[in-house]
Design a protein. Sequence first.
Length: 68
Amino acid sequence: MRQVLVYQGESGLWVAEVPSLPGCVSQGETREEAILNVREAIGLHTESLLANRQEVPPDRLNAVLIAI
């Protein structure tokens, strides 16, 4: 399981990025599409790391919401 940041970018597309997997980012026209796409990206990213005999980093996101 991975924690993912999902937000609407300046272009209007939804962006989904995985902080614990640097470079693992996807997007979509809707929030749901971005989440589906990043699920696939996580799988491909992890496969690539393993194929190259690299360690798959643990999930490390510790988010804090701050109301202002």
